[in-house]
Design a protein around this ligand. Structure first.
Ligand SMILES: Nc1ncnc2c1ncn2[C@@H]1O[C@H](COP(=O)(O)OP(=O)(O)O)[C@@H](O)[C@H]1O
Ligand SMILES: [Mg+2]
Length: 140
């Protein structure tokens, strides 16, 4: 029953302001708690979410986060797709390296996020935008 209700969670969150980052983190946490995800996985997912959503706000000029509960066989998890129509990333391989930044921050956001989740995909086209997709299993 809980699984059926969880399977209906599918929503879009706009990220245009700092406060939207807070709302997004809180909502992801809420869904993770409802699902019964352990605190360690919750923290990993929320950290990854924060980093990618902040990139979207700072570098992508804002965008949309699509949140969805995924059920695959006996596994249950949370999928997040971050989409912006910003300038895009010139060299994704570089952007995925520890310490690479075009800003003044640590350059650990993307590579760190990748390590914290079970699935990570990034796609970007210069002048068109960036999409990052992550998935975190409840148990995994
Ligand atoms: N959504 C995005 N749109 C455009 N560029 C991005 C986006 N996300 C990340 N980048 C680029 O990738 C770099 C690395 O991102 P990240 O690993 O989070 O480090 P940081 O945010 O500290 O720079 C950023 O400095 C930026 O140049
Ligand atoms: Mg970052």
């Amino acid at each position: 029953m809980i699984t059926l209700l969880m399977a209906m969670i599918r929503e879009s969150l706009a990220i245009q302001h700092e406060r939207d980052l807070v709302y997004c983190r809180n909502r992801v946490k809420e869904v993770a708690v409802k699902m019964g995800m352990g605190i360690v996985n919750q923290t990993k997912l929320i950290t990854a979410t924060s980093e990618i959503a902040r990139n979207m706000l700072i570098y992508g000029g804002g965008g949309i986060v699509r949140l969805e509960v995924i059920i695959r066989g006996k596994q249950e998890g949370i999928q997040l797709v971050f989409e912006d129509k910003g300038p895009g990333i010139a060299d994704i391989q570089k952007a995925m390296q520890d310490g690479f930044t075009t800003g003044r921050t640590l350059g650990m956001g993307l590579p760190g996020a990748k390590r914290l989740v079970n699935e990570f995909a990034i796609q970007s086209t210069l002048g068109q935008g960036t999409t990052v997709k992550i998935l975190k299993w409840k148990n995994g």
